[in-house]
Design a protein around this ligand. Structure first.
Ligand code: GLU
Length: 288
């Protein structure tokens, strides 16, 4: 099977240093394995999106020399595929409509575990649709974090596949598109480690293959907090991407190549020296 990796940003702001680390980590793993690298724009949550950021992210990736092997896939154009997966799950009895409010679920810590809605159906209001989650443990080996075990019923319960407003969940869209794009290895941040068991369960319900996973540590700021749009996102400089790329290589514990004048030379030299084994020394802290 051809190795296929991907980077799947949500257009909720410009590419920051933490996302560059994920993109570069995934790109290096893929190119090292002689595989194809794809980009997917996860634009299916309009309330969270920032206008123009998909274009900004794509042009920053290009400025950083991280070229995908195909045109980017936009999730906003894939609704028919999510509709088909939704119908399949509903037809096989895996889904139930749910009108439970947060208030109703407060008693169970916000977790829905009953496999059916706890309140009366309300014809005036569209329901959310949840996946019925059985009492089983999902195990998977993570290339970075070791073997993971999660009992989905205990950790998340019956989870939402389509929100009441009609938007499909990240979990469903991600699983449908990883399969559609033929992804064999997912490299992403540890903030998504706890989505993986849900995604594997959905792959089983839909009869889709499970890729291998590697969850890289998140970049933390000086106070040990996640670098994200909500805290201190470092905007990248598209006119001078070399310093950020070198810092990302250092974060990924890779040997630093000699100073290069352009991104192509830097990436080629980084790829020559790249060692997946060194990734396991990543600690989450920047070393410079
Ligand atoms: N779109 C997600 C994010 O930006 C990442 C999805 C993934 O890599 O599976 O956090």
């Amino acid at each position: 099977m051809t190795y296929r990796g991907r980077f799947a940003p949500s257009p909720t702001g410009p590419l920051h240093f933490g996302s560059l680390v994920t993109a570069l980590g995934s790109w290096l793993c893929t190119r090292h394995a002689g595989g194809q690298w794809l980009v997917r724009v996860e634009d299916i949550d309009p309330p969270r999106e920032v206008a123009g950021s998909a274009e900004q992210i794509l042009s920053m990736l290009a400025a950083c020399g991280l070229q995908a092997d195909k045109e980017p896939l936009f999730q906003s154009r894939r609704i028919d595929a999510y509709d088909a997966a939704f119908e399949r799950l509903r037809d096989t009895g895996n889904l139930f409509p749910c009108w439970c409010s947060r208030r109703v679920l407060e008693a169970s810590g916000g977790i829905h575990r009953d496999g059916h809605c706890l309140v009366a159906a309300d014809a005036q209001r569209p329901p959310a649709w949840r996946l019925r989650v059985p009492d089983i443990e999902v195990n998977f080996p993570d290339a970075q974090q070791g073997v993971q075990r999660e009992n989905l019923r205990l950790s998340v319960g019956d989870f939402v596949i389509r929100r009441a407003e009609g938007f499909y969940s990240y979990q469903l869209a991600c699983v449908v598109d990883d399969a559609f794009q033929g992804i064999t290895e997912v490299v992403r941040g540890t903030d998504l480690l706890d989505s993986t068991a849900r995604q594997i369960w959905l792959q089983r319900c839909l009869g889709l293959p499970t890729p291998r996973y590697r969850h890289l540590p998140l970049v933390l700021d000086e106070q040990g907090r996640k670098l994200s749009k909500s805290t201190r996102a470092l905007p990248l400089d598209a006119t001078d991407p070399l310093p950020a790329l070198r810092r990302a290589l250092a974060f990924l514990q890779q040997p630093l190549p000699p100073l290069a004048h352009d991104v192509e030379n830097l990436l080629a030299a980084a790829l020559e020296r790249f060692s997946p084994a060194l990734l396991s020394h990543c600690s989450g802290h920047c070393t410079d």
